[in-house]
Structures are given as C-alpha cells and as structure tokens.
Design a protein around this ligand. Structure first.
Ligand code: CUA
Length: 334
C-alpha cells in the first residue's frame, strides 16, 4: 500500500498548471503591460507581490527553523522553555503587520483612484456582453460591430460595459484590468494601447455553457489606419458579387438569418445577434473563437452548437447548397 490514492493525479494537474506559467506565447499576460493603464496595475502588483513574498519566506523560514530545531530526538529529555503569553511579542506582531498594510495601502488607494477617473476626451465604446459574444458600439462614430474592437493607439478608450443577459466580465490583461458587465447597470473601464497590435481578451466571469468561447480581440491601429477602418465601417454593405453570393443574399433574408442579424442597407435589421454589415472585415467569428474561413463558416451554419455549445444561433436545417451560397455572400461583406 503506497497510499498515493488520488494524490498522483492531483499532483500531475497541479504540476501542469504550474508549468503552463512557463510558456512563451502568453498573449494575455498581465506581466507584459502594453499601455499606461495596464502599466499602473503592473507597477502596483510587482512591489506588493515582492513584499508578500518576503513575508512568506520570513514566516515559513521561522516555522521550518523551529520545527527542525526543537524536533523530538531520543535521549533528549529537556523541553524547550514553555512560554504562556508575552505582551511584548504580541504587541510587536500586531504592530508589524499593521505597518506593512499601511505602507501597501498608500499606492493601492492611489492606483484605485487613478483607474476610477473618468476621462472626458476619450473615445467612447459601448460594450454589450451577450451569451456568448461581444457587441461593440461606437456611439460617436455610428459604428456597430462584434468581437473585434478596433482602437487608435495613444488615445484613451472609455469602454462602457453593459450586459444583455447575465453577468459577464470584460478583460484585456495587456491593456487594462477587468470589469464586470452587469445587467441593468453601466460600469466602465479605461484602456489605452501604446503600440499597434492585436491584444486578446475574453470573458472572465462564468456565464454559461460557452463562457470559454466568449473571446474578443482588441486591434490597436495607428491613427491613419484606424480612421481608414472607421470610413470603411461607416460605408454601406458590399453588394453581392456573382450568382452564388446573390443567391446567398436572398437566402439570408428568407431562411431566418435576418430575424436576429442586421445588414445595413438590406431588410435584415435584427438586433439579437452580431451585426454582419461588414462581417468579412473581421478575421474571426462566433465569439472570436474561430477564424473566418469558408470551411469554418460552413461548419457553423450546418450545426452552430457543435462549434459553440449552447449557441443561441439555431440550426436552421440548411442544405449544403444553401450553406455554400450563404458562405459566398458572407465572405463578400467587406
Ligand atoms: Cu460571458 Cu463568461
């Protein structure tokens, strides 16, 4: 009887979790801040962790020392001196932690206030969380999109967080902290990127079956590139090109897609699901979980639930030729 029981598998899982921290490709590492707001959090995190680590080593070191020093040894009869209460020691270990907490509180409270400041000239984005995708609306630009949040670099972005159903949490670790999307109220978060790039984010609050598939990307662009994106997004949807795409555009209005999705300039004005006006300008779909390839789209239209468990998009029972036409249409919506 080795007595290992469930210990081996638990140990293996713990080791696996520990080793994942050593990966090289960590796109959501908050230890690599890519903007001033993430930097503020990082600058608080590091000293607090170092202080905590120092205290941990001190306390555990003392514990191990005493365990070892006064362990039972055969032949040693004398007991260490027994102490019952020591006011001086007790005062010391009450005051020391209080001082440490007071020291840590100063930068903590300052950072909390700095992060809670609402900038007045920021670019506003309304972020509505849905099971299981993200809606991004730019109220001052007249743009509605999904799952890919474009922002200009070097500018504060005020994201106003709402929810269409349950509690979600919006977080982009390299650009800002995270904040809950709570039904019936509006929270906010400020983020800013220094350099152009793609910064992955995801939902950080368990919100149902496809919580893990509720991802998004923040795409930071130079001012010129962002303005070009804005112009393209404000333009009308592309006309379908070719017989197959035209067929797809008709199917879109008749087989059920239009009940939930909107495509500006067409009768489709649904608001329950992502706005698809410029669908093909995005590189992903379905909660930014899948690359927008013809193959993935065909699989998605055939059986949404297989790609995103619990997906609110119904299986419309489409025939393969209908799927092909719809994919041709969607892939042309640049
Ligand atoms: Cu939305 Cu988890």
């Amino acid at each position: 009887m080795t007595g290992s029981g469930p210990r081996k598998p638990i140990g293996a899982v713990a080791l696996g979790a520990f080793l994942t921290g050593c990966g090289r490709n960590l796109p959501q590492s908050s230890l690599e801040p890519a903007g001033p707001y993430a930097q503020k959090i990082h600058s608080l995190f590091v000293p607090v962790v170092l202080i905590a680590a120092g205290i941990f080593l001190l306390v555990e070191g003392a514990l191990l020392y005493f365990l070892f020093r006064y362990r039972y040894r055969p032949g040693r009869e004398t007991m260490p001196r027994q102490i019952h209460g020591s006011p001086r020691l007790e005062i010391a270990w009450t005051i020391a932690p209080a001082v440490v907490l007071a020291v840590v509180a100063v930068p903590t409270i300052r950072t909390i206030y700095e992060l809670a400041e609402r900038p007045t000239d920021a670019l506003r984005v309304r972020v509505v969380a849905h099971q299981w995708w993200w809606e991004f609306e730019y109220p001052d630009l007249g743009i509605v999109t999904a799952n890919e949040l474009h922002i200009p670099t070097g500018r504060q972005i005020l994201v106003e967080l709402e929810s269409a159903d349950v509690i979600h949490s919006f977080g982009v670790p390299r650009l800002a902290g995270k904040q809950d999307n709570v039904p019936g109220r509006t929270n906010f978060l400020v983020l800013q990127a220094d350099e152009p790039g793609t910064y992955p984010g995801q939902c950080f609050e368990f919100c149902g079956l496809s919580h893990a598939n509720m991802r998004f990307r923040v795409i930071a662009q130079t001012r010129e590139d962002f303005e070009a994106w804005v112009r393209a997004q404000r333009g009308p949807a592309a006309e379908p090109r070719g017989e197959l795409a035209r067929e797809g555009s008709e199917l879109f209005q008749t087989v059920g897609c239009a009940a939930c999705h909107a495509i500006e300039g067409t009768p489709a004005q649904g608001v329950l699901a992502p706005n698809l006006t410029h669908f093909a300008s995005r590189s992903t779909f379905a909660g930014a979980t899948y690359e927008r390839t013809a193959r993935n789209l065909a699989r998605w239209l055939d059986n949404p639930d297989a790609l995103k468990p619990g997906a609110k998009m119904p299986d419309l029972g489409l025939r393969p030729d209908q799927i092909e036409a719809l994919v041709a249409y969607l892939q042309g919506l640049r």
